[in-house]
Design a protein around this ligand. Sequence first.
Ligand SMILES: *[C@@H]1O[C@H](CO)[C@@H](O)[C@H](O)[C@H]1NC(C)=O
Ligand SMILES: *[C@@H]1O[C@H](CO)[C@@H](O)[C@H](O)[C@H]1NC(C)=O
Ligand SMILES: *[C@@H]1O[C@H](CO)[C@@H](O)[C@H](O)[C@H]1NC(C)=O
Length: 228
Amino acid sequence: MAWPLPLLLLLLLATANAEIDDPPPPPPAPARWPDQFHAVLFTNLTNVSTASTGPPLRLTDLYYDWPRRRNLNLVRHQLSADPLYDVEWDNGTTFYFDTATCRTEHFPVGVLRPGWLSDGGAVYLGRQSTGGIECHVWGKAGFIVYYEDVVTRRPVRWNFIDVTGIEQFVMSFEVGVVLEDDAQWQAPAHCFPDDDDEGNTEDDGHFTTTSSMEAAKLLRKLAGAAAF
Ligand SMILES: *[C@@H]1O[C@H](CO)[C@@H](O)[C@H](O)[C@H]1NC(C)=O
Ligand SMILES: *[C@@H]1O[C@H](CO)[C@@H](O)[C@H](O)[C@H]1NC(C)=O
Ligand SMILES: *[C@@H]1O[C@H](CO)[C@@H](O)[C@H](O)[C@H]1NC(C)=O
């Protein structure tokens, strides 16, 4: 049977009104980081034109261990045999070292909290596919753009808003995996030289591996920016 036109119109209007009256759904919220995980990150300093930033491609093992309030980035430059360690403690001390050099820095913040993104301040930027994975995207504090798998809610990628154009891609993400070997967390002897030893430089800004650590340092700063 044919609908009388006015009735059809009423129906349409009713539907339209229902849509207007429904409050829009809240934007998706990012997942909290698991308390412990191991991630392998592919890093690209996409704005390597800055020249001073060192080799642009790195592979980073990130061991995040919130219960023990520590965080380790093990950074390998492309084809480099000597990995760089970045060991962060909740008292604000970070040790950056390889087999020959060490630098100690003190930050006014501890280890990044699991809720650094999920607990507030994230601005939803919509959906985007990256690496063939459909993601929700958020920004925070003009500092980071963060991609999370729509289905699994795992982190997929983040870009720092920084002149080096650092982009990190999560290649694997193992929840609950902990680096138990305490020797890996222990800063080596050359981080604790005698007073007359030149081995350790503290906050002088000229340490050769500084630029290698930028991604980790940016995340650490974010811990401060997150401020809760
Ligand atoms: C790294 O980023 C640069 C600049 O966007 C791009 O041209 C290059 O292909 C990237 N390298 C890799 C291995 O992804
Ligand atoms: C912070 O903790 C680490 C690991 O226990 C330690 O090596 C470092 O000396 C501490 N830093 C300060 C300033 O106490
Ligand atoms: C890339 O680096 C150059 C040189 O340092 C800088 O002027 C430019 O702003 C950077 N690009 C971005 C997108 O930050």
